[in-house]
Design a protein around this ligand. Sequence first.
Ligand code: PEP
Ligand code: MG
Length: 866
Amino acid sequence: MTRYVYDFDEESVGGRELLGGKGVGLAEMTALGIPVPAGFTISTDACRAYLAAGGQIPDGLDAEVARHVGALEEKAGKRFGDTADPLLVSVRSGAAISMPGMMDTILNLGLSDVAVEGLAAATGNERFARDSYRRLIQMYGDVVDGVPGHRFEQALTDLKARRDAPLDVDLSAADLAELIETYKAIYAEETGDSFPQDAREQLRRATRAVFESWSAPRAQVYRRTYEIPDDLGTAVNVVQMVFGNRGERSCTGVCFTRDPATGESHLYGEYLVNAQGEDVVAGIRTPEPISGLQERMPAVYDQLTETLGRLERHYRDMQDIEFTVEEGTLYLLQTRTGKRTAQASLRIAVEMVDEGLISKEEAVIRIDPGQLDQLLHPTIDPTAKLDVAAKGLNASPGAASGAIVLDADSAAERGKAGESVILVRWETTPDDIHGLIQAQGVLTAHGGMTSHAAVVARGMGKPCVAGCEGLEIDVAAGIVTIGEHRLRAGDVITIDGGTGRVMVGSVRLVPPAIDENFGTILGWADGVRRLAVRANADTPEDAAKAREFGAEGIGLCRTEHMFMAEDRLPIVQEMILAQTDAERARALDRLLPMQQGDFEGIFEAMAGLPVIIRLLDPPLHEFLPAREDATSDAMRRRIEQLQEANPMLGTRGCRLGLEYPGIYEMQVRAIVRAAKAVRDRTGEAPVVEIMHPLVGFEGELSRLRELTERVAAEEPTVDYLCGTMIELPRACIRADEIARIADFCSFGTNDLTQTTLGFSRDDAEGKFLTFYLEQRILERNPFETIDQEGVGELMRIAVERGRGVKPDLKLGICGEHGGEPKSVAFCHRLGLDYVSCSPYRVPLARLSAAQAALAERGVAALAIGG
Ligand code: PEP
Ligand code: MG
């Protein structure tokens, strides 16, 4: 028969998965000789069995619990359900992975109308006994029977007002007796039953309620948000009560072994005298800082300091504990790995290495790569009160406040004048780039993680909330509706690109904080990773930023943004509108020196490091205005000619280069000349890699390679590699043929995801994809995290077939996935040579790559929280 219950003081097998974080902590503390009240844990197996049986207590559990209650009675020297001097217990949930605030606690089980009198007599403290009973009714009513908590709160507030008692502790024993009667009446009114007087029935129903709470909607939402599996279940801890509400020599508190905000190594926490459990967090009375305990109860404070030191050395990580002092005796009720800010994470990890507590590898694996973003961008002050008006996709991290601006020209103008503005658009296009450059952030109603706004904002390190469904824009009237709020252009909003939240008005922000510890940890990460990390950068400024963040080259320089610059666009349009080859050649000749200048800037910024320049990719119509804005008949005709029903699958990428070879010839010439000029100027030859987009057929790449070599041969000799993107399923499947011609291949997983899944990257995220995620048809957004089973499988085939014919074929990734931790880990396992991502994600990719390498070596991370 399955065993479901384990005492804290017995050796158990199964650890955290079986006993939950709280249960395992209590058992381990007991084993360490740390003062912990006696008790037992009902395992997660029991919860899973209960849920699987549709809410049936598994066979044998009641009898097993009864035996363990018996053992607890022996240890305590008191009987559960006794009316003279009753044993009281708390019932607390505890899942394997911490789910703060998701599960519930009930204190003082075992009290009844009669037992409360016994407790009062046995302790000689009537006030304490009645206070404990009223708390039981309140918590039990709320957790077990769903009595609205505010009804009890209201009754307490009313009584305090009538007695002119500012604090709970100002109520007398007689007041509390009255409150108990009110609470019982509320309980009876809400449930149609009187408050249960039998201790064992209380325990049975509380256990059931904890099991049930695993399936509560708020728990489900939390699990989905933090990707916690649904089938873990929760354990139930039954703990002998110790009382922090027995008077002035009793207290209860929470404490961290280091400061969770800064990481500084000193006790950090707070406590309340004469209080119980949740009073500290409930905010009814203001707790005192933990340092105050040193004066009030010096011996207890010393014991606490010593105990926490031991716990930290045992767990080798910062602990977050709960404690209670009953009449001068200290008890620890919980220990878990403490949550902390990014800054504290880094400091604690570095200092623990210095203290010899952990290794450098452990320090590296402990840092959450996602948290690094907090250090690189301004974020919302965690203490600020937020009124969230709408939510969109968290497309580019960081937070910003600014005036709503509805068009790129005004954003550019007002931004340049020093005003903080947020560009608010249905979606952005390359035409908006000047506005994006000057805006503090961008908010769009449409588009997803690979939309123009998202990609550009990430590149610039600016916040972007994309695909915000609650956003409506009436540009003509200058009116913006965000959720319930109707705003005008010029009104201030705040966006949080790390979470996708949009707030009306300005919100307090915390500035980014890169410190020495950041560099230290990333230095250690660089020492263990195998993947190289490059950046996607289109300008010398972005390239310089990328280098500052540790990029080891450029994995993708998109050349289309250069064509959009104000001084270029008219010439680009002339080139597109040209009627004859000669006319087109003239326009290209004028673009050539400009492009050469672009590349020189980037080569210089990346001196000594490889730079992949990708030849023009987007369909030509993107460089022309909308049909109704055409400035001539010729232009209108050309726009009509170029129009395609499905431009993302139309004349773009290498198809464009093959149909209009003059464009690619001009670009290759500009690259080679730029390389030569930089070599002459600096004495160091740039490491040049030329890349052709959207190749699907061997015949495409062989012709383009021939074009590249022919043009390069006409120019002064410079070394370069010629490669291709792999961003179509056919290219993956025929990677052997492609590898024979390519010096290197870079997975363009944005297009590869779009074409493999048949999901339009411009439409999916704002539309059906949200529904798919809600319905859990998909677990994750495939434009954010590589769809490993589909897209990933194609990548695996490509690696195998490509390296099959060319074992040293250089392989990388430059889609947006190149900076996402799970995808970086996947690329490591695939054996790619490098990942490339936007400059601001470079640190995160360095860390993720190191963690992937360490995971392969079996270095495990500690779970944060418990
Ligand atoms: C890709 O498709 O993954 C890619 C990097 O190219 P782009 O996003 O410019 O199409
Ligand atoms: Mg692409």
